[in-house]
Design a protein around this ligand. Structure first.
Ligand code: GLU
Length: 312
């Protein structure tokens, strides 16, 4: 059973890097050893969860103000969303439809609907997890926004702007059901997987674990199922999705960090950040945030209040 789950996860991983569904494959994927990221210089202090205030009421869909970045997007006919395809519940490829779906995708659909009046005008671009803040640099192949279980923090604010917070989460541990590990204190020198470029990786390194980096949460699940690591550590919302895929796994310990998720946008388009914040305000008011929560994260319990917007 475990081998089958690992194979299914590996098949999903084979699609990594594609924007379109590729032909299904059952060939096992050789394990890729990922270099641990270099230590980040300490970022200056900032108010990481405070974003740019909306400029006023949202313009009518299909009538974006002349000269705005939203008008440019409207002209191209699609909103390009950078995300992963192996973060269950948030952005993962449905093996039956070939589509990437989840809570993060639904946040992107709300923005597409506000621009075009049509939520389906969203194009998914699968991006490398370690380069989530670098997706706005390359004019040829850029994304309009990144929505990818991404914590707003001061290091990242140096490279991108963030929207207001759309989900509050925190880091925990996923271990085997028969494991005695039940918290951070048990991690010393234990091999624990986290995605390269994630805050989770840095946090478990700080906790004294032997942190093992992989290119995303699907690869961590494969490493876990092949007994290369004793645990996976990341936001409990992501762990809940991984646990759903592995009947031999459980999520343990209290949250030991705060991980406020926000949408990353190029610093060159503050008008778009303000627009996205107006869309998020609307989704908190009109129930669409709650609908997305109930649809994807309902198994975690009743929907909490959406995070209140904070502005700088
Ligand atoms: N929220 C954390 C981060 O942005 C961990 C989850 C992830 O990397 O997808 O780094």
């Amino acid at each position: 059973m475990r081998a089958r789950i690992a194979l299914a996860a590996a098949a999903v991983l084979a699609l990594a890097g594609c924007t379109e569904p590729a032909a299904p494959t059952t060939a096992p994927i050789p394990a890729r050893q990922t270099e641990a990221p270099p230590a980040q210089p300490k970022a200056p202090d900032c108010d990481a969860t405070a974003s740019l205030r909306p400029a006023g009421a949202l313009p009518a869909p299909g009538r974006m103000p002349a000269g705005s970045y939203m008008a440019e997007i409207q002209k191209t006919g699609r909103l390009i969303l950078g995300t992963s395809q192996d973060s269950p519940l948030f952005s993962s490829r449905d093996p039956f439809t070939g589509r990437v779906e989840g809570f993060d995708i639904d946040m992107g659909r709300l923005v597409a609907k506000a621009i075009f009046g049509d939520a389906s005008k969203l194009q998914i671009k699968v991006i490398p997890h370690a380069d989530r803040t670098k997706q706005f640099d390359d004019e040829g192949d850029k994304v309009d926004l990144v929505i990818n279980t991404m914590t707003a923090n001061c290091t990242r604010w140096q490279e991108v702007d963030f929207s207001t917070v759309y989900l509050e989460t925190g880091q925990r541990l996923l271990v085997r059901k028969d494991s005695e590990i039940d918290g951070l204190d048990d991690l010393a020198d234990q091999r624990v997987c986290a995605a390269v470029g994630s805050t989770s990786f840095t946090n478990i390194q700080k906790a004294g674990a032997d942190a093992v980096a992989r290119n995303g949460w699907g690869e961590c699940l494969v490493a876990f199922q092949q007994n290369e690591v004793v645990a996976i550590s990341t936001d409990d919302t992501i762990l809940a999705g991984l646990a759903e895929q592995d009947p031999f796994a459980k999520v343990v310990g209290p949250r030991f960090t705060e991980e406020p998720y926000a949408i990353a946008i190029s610093k060159e388009h503050p008008d778009f950040t303000r627009f996205v914040n107006a869309v998020l305000e609307q989704s908190r008011r009109d129930g669409s945030w709650k609908d997305a929560y109930d649809k994807w994260l309902g198994a975690l319990g009743p929907a909490p209040q959406p995070p209140a917007a904070r502005y700088r």
